[in-house]
Design a protein. Structure first.
Lengths: 368, 329
């Protein structure tokens, strides 16, 4: 019982300190999203570069005019290929984003048996979303029964998303969000432990009859609370640049959950470091060396698939990968499949547990 | 008097370095006990051991009869601590500082409110209670820190160099505070750099060097331990000084040092006899005499004699502190 009580006491102190520096904290945590979202978010805003291959098995005037109307829609650039196999190979190699197959029966077909098939890569869903409506519209102008039969095809696309879609900025916001939180923790929580030690506050806690664990727990709890501010700021900055959350309010809830999990994990990591490192300069270097690569490899700037294969194992164990992936799911796609939730939250939970348990054990051994 | 703190064969090693080497001493309830020693002698380690933030390599410490490693929470509740740095949260108000401290010592809510208002009054900070401590002057912060350290009404207060860096006025005020607390029954343990402070305040002093206690006693006991003699001090005129010094040398075989109009000489044995002889002789010779007195060696003399050094500054590991504190959230 006293553990909770002591934790809340020290949590109150952390929050009072945070409150007294609120303006600085807001400005500092807003700088990062503002620079990244407004400046780098404008990369690849052209929307014409989606490469789509067309395989025309019908070869009749109607099919040619269908292709013409696709080209004129200006949302994609069209390549003609002769066989479906060739086109699908190119799709799996990531050279193209989608394949449109016009079946021989075009344009005469019933609703249950459409005359146009669209294949796309699941890893590149965002780009496909931009062109599907155009295909639907072009096909619909011939016969309302000619509906595109959409099939996802593999997920081996290596084509980076940037440059292919108008909403790179949405893609970026997910990465910036987890980063703002992770940075906030390493330079907030860890640093505060070091300054508490240097200024003697830590000693005054240690000589009082409180549980040592409460010192660490209060720092982590305060970190999780502060993360709410960082999340809000990033989303507000994003919304100023026209970034919304595809999943709506439920998506916001997921973002907050994921953000808090990132906060707890990184608050733990930074406490582990600060338990062992007494100097701010050394801490800064070590923390940056750990956090920067984790951030970069998490796919904050471009999809993780575009990294070379030897980096993939690191990407696989980088908790930020899963956080970014989850946030992107709700912000870009608007849905968060159960399997994905289980994976992302599972990894994040393991990360949190590592942070909390590790920091408590290390802090104990340091001060004993 | 009963012993409130008993230290038995205390040893603390850090790797190969022995910071505290088999120390034993008792502190009676109600005393002001001084721990003196040069830097790096083991004072701070001894205090950390008493506070229970370091674990002894061997030996034990009993606080009010309880082993401080086994009854950590109870022992910590009985001890207050104040160091030479002023530890208050400058971002928090005076009230908040005291409130957090009270809650860390698990005071009941009602008790907390009472303790805080008493503390604010004692520190003369009642009208500034809602101002951040960072806006306070050095003296105000120091007073806030003292009442914060005492918020849980401890039986023992440990002061680690409480007046280092304070000006004369604040130092005297701090001494009064310490005496006042002591008169209320609080046992005080004090480490200090200032020998006159130890002499002024302490009932009993232990001198520590190289992790060992080399002498324990009241200030005057310590002085007598160093020598049985006394120091003769004569104030005269400038012209008289040389003549008197010459006389002391020839008639009494006293080695005199002259500083302008002041003469000092060390009387090794029978100081009282020598003193009266010197006085008679000076009167007879009609030498100019403004004052004549004798006194025990100063604590400085004791210290130098016992530790073989004045309060030296040791050069150890470089621990820069505040210059590093650039980022406070």
């Amino acid at each position: 019982m006293t553990l909770i009580e002591d934790t809340l006491t020290l949590y109150k102190r952390e929050m009072l300190i945070f409150k007294s520096h609120l303006r600085t904290n807001i400005i500092r945590s807003a700088m990062f999203p503002i620079i990244f979202i407004f400046f780098f978010g404008s990369i690849g805003s052209s929307s014409i570069n989606v490469n789509v291959a067309v395989v025309n098995y019908a070869n009749n005037p109607q099919s040619l005019s269908f292709i013409n109307s696709l080209t004129s829609s200006r949302t994609m650039s069209i390549t003609s290929l002769t066989t479906q196999t060739d086109a699908l190979n190119q799709l799996s190699e990531g050279k193209i984003t989608a394949v449109i197959v016009i079946l021989p029966s075009f344009p005469k077909m019933s609703a249950g048996n459409p005359a146009v098939d669209v294949y796309y890569s699941t890893s590149n869903f965002e780009a496909v979303q931009a062109v599907l409506p155009a295909i639907q519209q072009a096909a619909g102008s011939f016969d309302s029964n000619i509906l595109a039969n959409q099939r996802s095809y593999g997920n081996t696309s290596l084509r980076p998303l940037y440059g292919t879609t108008s909403s790179y900025v949405v893609f970026l916001v997910g990465g910036i969000l987890s980063m703002t939180v992770a940075f906030g923790m390493t330079f907030g929580t860890g640093m505060s432990l070091i300054t508490d030690r240097q200024l003697g506050n830590l000693k005054s806690f240690l000589i009082s009859p409180i549980s040592k664990d409460s010192i660490v727990l209060s720092k982590i709890l305060a970190g999780a609370t502060e993360a709410l501010l960082y999340i809000a700021i990033t989303l507000i900055v994003g919304s100023l640049d026209g970034v919304g959350i595809a999943m709506g309010l439920a998506g916001l809830a997921w973002i907050v959950i994921i953000g808090i999990m990132v906060a707890i994990g990184f608050a733990g990591i930074s406490t582990i470091l600060a338990s062992r490192i007494g100097k701010v300069e050394v801490y800064t270097i070590v923390a940056q060396t750990i956090v920067m690569p984790l951030w970069f490899l998490s796919g904050a700037f471009f999809p993780t698939t575009s990294f070379p294969s030897f980096m993939q194992p690191i990407i696989m164990v980088d908790p930020l990968t899963y956080a970014t992936q989850g946030i992107r799911n709700v912000m870009m796609l608007g849905y968060y499949p159960l399997a994905q939730i289980a994976l992302d939250l599972g990894v994040m939970t393991a990360f949190m547990a590592f942070g909390i348990i590790g920091s408590i054990l290390l802090f104990k051994s340091y001060t004993d | 008097m009963r012993n409130i703190i008993e230290i038995n064969h205390l040893v603390k090693r850090f790797g190969n370095f022995t910071a505290v080497s088999d120390i034993s001493f008792n502190i009676e309830a109600g005393q002001i006990y001084g721990i003196l020693g040069p830097n790096g002698a083991g004072k701070t380690t001894t205090i950390s051991l008493v506070l229970g933030i370091e674990r002894p390599t061997a030996g034990k410490i009993l606080v009010d009869g309880m082993d401080n490693m086994h009854n950590k929470a109870k022992v910590k509740q009985m001890i207050g601590f104040m160091t030479q740095e002023t530890i208050v949260d400058s971002d928090l108000t005076a009230y908040e500082n005291l409130e957090i401290a009270a809650r860390l010592y698990h005071l009941e809510p009602q008790e907390t409110r009472r303790a805080i208002s008493t503390a604010l009054e004692e520190a003369e900070l009642t009208e500034f209670k809602d101002k951040p401590a960072g806006t306070f002057s050095g003296g105000m912060k120091r007073r806030l820190y003292l009442v914060k350290s005492m918020i849980h009404a401890p039986k023992v207060l440990i002061l680690d160099e409480p007046t280092t860096g304070l000006d004369v006025h604040n130092r005297v005020q701090m001494w009064e505070h310490i005496r006042e607390l002591n008169s209320r029954g609080v046992t005080i343990i004090l480490t200090t750099q200032y020998l006159e402070e130890a002499e002024e305040l302490c009932n009993k002093i232990s001198v520590i060097d190289h992790g060992k206690i080399i002498a324990t006693g009241t200030p005057s006991e310590l002085k007598r331990l160093v020598s049985k003699g006394q120091i003769l001090e004569i104030i005269t005129t400038r012209d008289g000084a040389a003549k008197i010094a010459k006389l002391l040398q020839s008639a009494f075989r006293l080695q005199a040092t002259v500083k302008e109009d002041k003469i000092e000489a060390y009387m090794e044995s029978n100081p009282l006899t020598i003193f009266s002889d010197v006085l008679n002789r000076l009167m007879k010779e009609k030498l100019p005499l403004i004052s004549i007195s004798m006194h025990l060696p100063t604590m400085d003399d004791v210290f130098i004699k016992l530790t073989g050094s004045s309060l030296r500054d040791s050069v150890g590991e470089n621990k820069s502190d505040r210059s590093n504190v650039m980022f406070r959230r």
